[in-house]
Design a protein around this ligand. Sequence first.
Ligand code: AMP
Ligand code: MG
Length: 483
Amino acid sequence: MKLDHSFAEELTALASEVKPIKLINSHLMVFNNKLATEIGLPAEWQEETQFFNALYSKEGPLNRRSVAQKYGGHQFGHWNPELGDGRGLLLAEVIDEQKKRWDLHLKGAGPTPYSRFADGRAVLRSTIREYLASEALFHLGIPTSRALCLITSDEPVYREKQEKAAKMVRVCESHIRFGHFEYFYHSQQPQKLQNLFDYCFKYHFVECAKDKSPYLAMLEKIVQDTAKLIAKWQSFGFCHGVMNTDNMSIHGITFDYGPYAFLDDFEPTFICNHSDPQGRYSFDSQPGIGLWNLNALAQTFTPYLEIEQIKQALNGYEVTLLTEYSTLMHNKLGLVPSVTSSEANSKIINTWLDMLANEKKDYSATFRQLCQFDLLDENRNLRDQFVNRERFDEWVKQYSLALTKQGVRQSQRQTQMRQHNPHIVLRNYLAQQVIDQAEEGNFKMFHQFIAALEKPYEEIEEYQKYAAPPPDWGKELEISCSS
Ligand code: AMP
Ligand code: MG
């Protein structure tokens, strides 16, 4: 492993050196050994005191050059030039054995020049939510930042009520956001914008840099990666909640978790963020917002590209998102894509979704139930789920016809469907139970739930309790934006 500080050294206009604060009775409560090994961290860091030394001691390798990053962002559609890491610090970049670069970023590190009116802290509740979500999405196959560790403390923090401060170390390719580009573009600093592009070509878009039109290749890559990411969110029923452009990664990964949710009952217009009454970031708005955000990013490419080239890149978004989404939904329903049956399959998929929405069925659980669909049976259990049986029966006719035509062996289809429809998803009511226990100092459920989320497609007796849709109280949880 090698540690580097390329962002701090080469993008000085975006980096303010800040040392992390210490919290009362800090304790390394969770360490993600698998991730640490994956990115090639030294084995001795898996021991608490060693890792703390690396993080906080004067000579600690992770304490040499920590920086808060400056950026801006469109928040709920409005440009805000005042943003930046208000409580996070980029500690270092790790270069693994494959020469891949990983940011280590400490969230909840204390005040920075960009904290504005806030305290620079993160609470245990939100830190646990981010940890759970990044691991859950990763194991579902959705691109995301990862969680390396969680540090608890006895430091009081004041939100709607008094809570405890915590920290986490987050890992991803880089923390460069759409908002970094927007900041230089809108503050009219063309040379600095150029430096940022040069930096990206050097470290993160190396292949694009070799293209005959590097800027177009880079924009196209971000457009494509973002489209594929959002197609995955939509197919798994994931709602991000705060898709401001400062929360959009240039790597097309899920990033900056806040009041996110996996859908319980399928409500296409579901809003998971209680600070978003208009539903700008509702579940079914996400694809459109993805494009809105890419438009905001694309504006920063205008010094380098013709308008027609920008349009060309952005036009790829819808096609890629729809193609990817269609593939994912075919997999979820066990349908084999083919040119001749494309229209019929789309109708089957859309009608199924419409049935789930009309009857507010649990999104993940009903899909999982569909994995047992038996061509030779009445499928009573599934049928009984629906009030409109006539519609269900009509749909089953079309679905059965399509499955029969495909000629895939039934057991094979069912097995494949189980690999695309998770048995365990990160439901808010379960996250809340983990938090309630952790706030009492008990991390037993945290560890067990993480173990379950690592194998979301398997039905393991011990984790069966995490597969249940929420009880009524669990459907009405208000996830506060404060974190
Ligand atoms: P978020 O909605 O979490 O993406 O945060 C938006 C902005 O507010 C970012 O610039 C954060 O760094 C900043 N921020 C959020 N919470 C805090 C806090 N407790 N202290 C300082 N800055 C914060
Ligand atoms: Mg953010």
